[in-house]
Design a binder for this molecule. Sequence first.
Ligand SMILES: [Zn+2]
Length: 472
Amino acid sequence: MLHSLLLAGSLAGLTVVSPPSQGPDWTALEAEALRHFEALVRFDTSDPPGREAPAAEYLKQVLEEAGITVETFELEPGRTNLVARLKGSGRKRPLLVMGHTDVVNVDPKKWTHPPFSATREGGYVYGRGTVDDKDNVVAALMAMLTLKRQNVALDRDVIFLAEAGEEGSTRVGIQFMVKQHFPKIDAEYCLAEGGSVTRVAGKIKYASVQTLEKIPHGIELTARGVAGHGSVPLRSNAVVHLSTAIAKIGVWKPPIRLNDTTRAYFKRLASISSADEAKRYLDVLSAAPGVAAAADDYFLEHEPRHASMLRTSVSPNVIQGGYRINVIPSEAKATLDVRLHPDDDPTAFLEQIKKVVGDPAVEVAWAARDVRPGSGSARLDSEGFKAVESAMTKHYKTVTLPTMSTGATDMAYLRARGIQCYGVGPAIDSEDGPKGFGAHSDQERIIERELQRFVQFHYELVLALARADQGR
Ligand SMILES: [Zn+2]
């Protein structure tokens, strides 16, 4: 945080010591970060309909007051994306720091503290968006303000993107920015949501940094049969054919796939786990017949997220068929949530599902869904990842696990354009999610101290990646 004395070199035998550089005043910055965070949480940016404009306007004012130029972009009125840029020498390609200002919807009746109140209680700040994703927005904002005020010389531009529409309308957000304004956000590296630091019983266990994500697809099953009177059961009953197809898919285990991210993830996770757990995390990497399968079976039962990280996953989530008790319907449909492993080929996967179903009465086809582009993993041997890792070590004193997220983020669009994106986030108690305090829950909250730690971590990470190299 505070820079030590800089030795400016010796001159005619005299050692010239430059005055101590004034590091940021974190006490003041913490108060300011909290103020901006509360202000941002208090904008109801539930998506739909989004209404990100007032939040973007607030950010614009704050940035402009600090002397930072801001541009805004809208595909539709009220769905504002904001871009601000601090210029560097151009010696390196830019760094993009981003967060989305929209949040998922709320059912206000279920909230003890009103969802847009930013109530502070017991060391927490409550409100929709506190951990998804106004934490990242405020961290990126504070990084911009601090770099500017500290007048930090930069080797690369630092670009801030506060985007609209992440929660279900990326058309007006990241898609619009990538398709129509890409030069405004093009960068070598990007920091965004998608990672977190996990605390168990108040103790930090590990940091997850998202380097890759699965690709959401949808498959629709349509069973067709003969309609008839319910008093005369038919072998061609569409409901029966559909249910049989779903049951087959439900027990089918798509093959295990590993890549650099998941290999490193399980290996590093093993290094901080109990002997039993470590064995399974290493077994799953084994090529010996049956070894990985046994660990995989355990994951399917007890650690479903790990099972999903190992393959393309399929979850039948919607089923429709029939309309009255005495009519055999001629059609029944089911929709499967498919999270494609980035190494899988979608066409081949659809063919596999057809084989698993193996029933000519059931049609298997892609369902309409906003499909994010696939991409390779962000590099694990880059300056970017190394900087993330050393910032994690410094601020959280823990191991960094590169993670392939089973869910999707806007980083998919940027990775597909060649940007190395790393998903980061504040420390969260692993107990909080199951208790109903996690992202998208009815009592979303953040640990106030951890928000502050994250803001500082984020600033120093940006500094490490962008500050001009004094030695040149
Ligand atoms: Zn989010």
